[in-house]
Ligand binder design. Structure first.
Ligand SMILES: [Zn+2]
Length: 285
């Protein structure tokens, strides 16, 4: 299904999949099989809480070369961030399968954790990333001003920054690009109610700064046909997101696939797909 030419199979990398979510427990192997059948060769398992980050590492360990992990605490869970959490993230960040700090950032849309608590947890995780020379996987919603200010303060100390699931304005996009950040695009693009502005904006993201993600099980692309009977998103739909994104950028799908995959490999120091292990871990100095 994903072979274009025998010698040039399309390869996609999902840089944000919440595969430790309960909804994947009953058919996990089938989810990975469907991903593979839709050209998704590697996935970054998002760590968004203490337990979730440990579980993400476990999943990555059992699927070497296919699954990698991040370690972090989402702003929704910032209230849980304490000294033990800080120590845990430092330990996880030293593991070979963990390729970024995060998901961390600020979410003033829901404010599940108070803003000052979010700011503190975000700053502490940026500190770990800076000290351990790790790239960061960031979330920002309705918090661009505070987010940008903190990011600016740390930017020079961070080897890489991806603003995942970008949904914000043109001004925010250029603020991030000016800071040499990478941008993650999800199926939000396919949402005719709130994602239409992204259809134009994605043309402004240069090759080498753009990566793609599902954010599964959230954000099932609304343009998938036929509509699945369930609401769960999964990595197999990355192919659909890549096709929509390519159309909006005026590129062939193969071109978008090739440069977003190359960017993800470089950003997260991943093994070349199909080769077990490999890749270089960021070594703390
Ligand atoms: Zn997020």
């Amino acid at each position: 299904m994903c072979v274009l030419l025998a010698s040039h199979p399309m390869q996609l990398i999902d840089i944000g999949a919440n595969l430790t979510h309960d909804s994947f427990a009953h058919d996990f192997d089938a989810v990975l099989e469907r991903a593979r059948a839709h050209c998704v060769v590697q996935m970054m398992v998002t760590g968004a809480s203490r337990a979730g980050s440990e579980a993400a590492l476990e999943l990555a360990r059992t699927h070497p070369g296919v699954l990698y992990a991040t370690a972090g605490v989402h702003p929704h869970h910032a209230i849980d961030y304490d000294a033990d959490t800080d120590a845990l993230l430092r330990r996880l960040a030293g593991e070979a399968e963990v390729r970024a700090l995060g998901e961390t950032g600020l979410d003033y849309h829901r404010n599940y954790s108070p803003r000052e608590v979010q700011l503190r947890a975000f700053e502490q995780q940026l500190t770990i990333a800076a000290e351990m020379k790790m790239p960061v996987f960031l979330h920002q919603r309705d918090a661009h001003g505070d987010f940008l200010a903190l990011l600016k303060a740390f930017r020079d100390a961070l080897p890489g920054v991806v603003v995942h699931c970008f949904t914000d304005t043109r001004e925010a996009l250029f603020d991030y690009l000016d800071l040499d950040c990478h941008i993650g695009i999800t199926g939000w693009l396919c949402d005719e109610r709130r994602g239409l502005h992204l259809r134009e904006l994605v043309r402004e993201i240069p090759e080498g700064r753009l990566m793609i993600e599902t954010d599964a099980p959230y954000l099932l692309p609304r343009t998938v046909q036929p509509k699945p009977s369930h609401r769960r998103n999964e990595p197999m739909y990355l192919r659909h997101i890549c096709e929509e994104l390519a159309r909006d950028r005026g590129e062939d799908t193969e071109v978008t696939a090739a440069h977003t995959t190359a960017t993800a490999i470089a950003f997260f120091h991943l093994a070349v797909p199909g080769e077990r292990g490999g890749g270089g871990h960021y070594v703390a100095t």
